[in-house]
Write a protein that binds this ligand. Structure first.
Ligand code: SF4
Length: 312
């Protein structure tokens, strides 16, 4: 069989579901290639994944394409035999060499996966509880780990005993970890801070401060982590942006704590509303480090308003 993979989003981040589908089909002796429109007639199956709702759909895909992902509004899960296979990380290295593909990404130099799925919090802006349900154990890190660097996609790893046990295991194995979706500051107490401090890090330690009420919680968590000796390259904190003035207050608070804020404009997954120009400019100001260090937001906003002829 000839299996074609189609990654709608085409970001720089590897697509975990497609890597697992590739691994399973290779195990069956099938050939796996990246989708190329001019070769569609040759494929036995096409799998398309779309994570983001704002990514446009590729109207040229064959009608029999198997689609999945939040971006398609399809929350199907992979069969267990596929879900719990070690992903084929090499698809980013050699699959595109055989076929004429636009994809030129290198093979990721880290392992990628979930040790837990779901989240039992119900933050109103978040799709995870609707998509994945309650937090639960999912996999052992050794199921998908093939080198010393691991990117975990768990949405709330600290909310389940299995996630905490996996943190202890990763420390024993000497792995360097990135909790890509962030750590829930509310769950970081003294013992958890010590467990986290025993890990190696290869990216910033990521937290989130999405509401004003989380400011003291984040401050406490960072103090506990620092006291426990956690030594990530950087403390990084996501800032959800709805009301810009309120986000500015959180951003400056985080800056005062010595954290690196990263602003993300709120996007509604159900009706796919786009961020306002003010929200977009705010995110640009926070995330563009040279801007962030050289000018304050009120001055930057005024400058951009005048330049673009925007209302206050
Ligand atoms: S804690 Fe994080 S993953 Fe869980 S519902 Fe809130 S935003 Fe979503």
């Amino acid at each position: 069989m000839l299996i074609a993979l189609h990654d709608s989003d085409d970001t720089n981040f590897p697509n975990l579901a497609l890597m697992k589908i590739a691994a399973w089909h290779r195990q069956q002796g099938h050939e796996v290639v990246w989708y190329a429109p001019d070769e569609a007639a040759q494929y036995d199956r096409v799998f398309s994944s779309k994570v983001f709702s704002w990514t446009p759909e590729d109207s040229g895909l064959p009608p029999w394409t198997v689609k999945s992902g939040t971006g398609y509004g399809i929350f199907t899960t992979l069969p267990d035999a596929v879900e719990h296979i070690c992903p084929d990380y090499s698809i980013y290295r050699h699959v595109h060499e055989r076929r004429n593909s636009r994809r030129k990404r290198p093979e990721p130099e880290y392992s990628l996966g979930f040790t837990t799925r779901g989240c039992s919090n119900n933050c109103s802006w978040c799709i995870v509880p609707r998509k994945e349900g309650e937090v639960r154990a999912h996999a052992d890190v050794e199921e998908f780990c093939r080198n010393r660097h691991v990117v975990l996609l768990d949405n709330n790893v600290l909310a389940h005993d299995h996630g905490i046990a996996q943190i202890e295991k990763m420390a024993r194995l000497g792995l360097r970890v990135d909790f890509n979706q962030g750590l829930d500051a509310r769950r970081i107490d003294g013992p958890i801070a010590h467990r986290l401090a025993s890990l190696g890090w290869f990216k910033p330690l990521r937290l989130a401060c999405d509401q004003k009420g989380q400011m003291p919680v984040v401050e406490r968590a960072v103090n506990l982590l620092r006291a426990a000796g956690a030594r990530p390259k950087e403390y990084f904190c996501y800032v959800l942006v709805t009301d810009v003035d309120e986000a500015y207050e959180r951003t400056m608070f985080l800056r005062g704590l010595g954290l690196a804020p990263f602003a993300q404009a709120y996007r509604d997954f159900t009706n796919d509303t786009s961020p306002t120009i003010k929200q977009r400019l705010y995110c640009r100001w926070v995330n563009h480090k040279a801007l962030f260090k050289s000018i304050l937001w009120p001055d930057y906003w005024e400058q951009e308003r005048n330049r673009r002829g925007l209302a206050a």
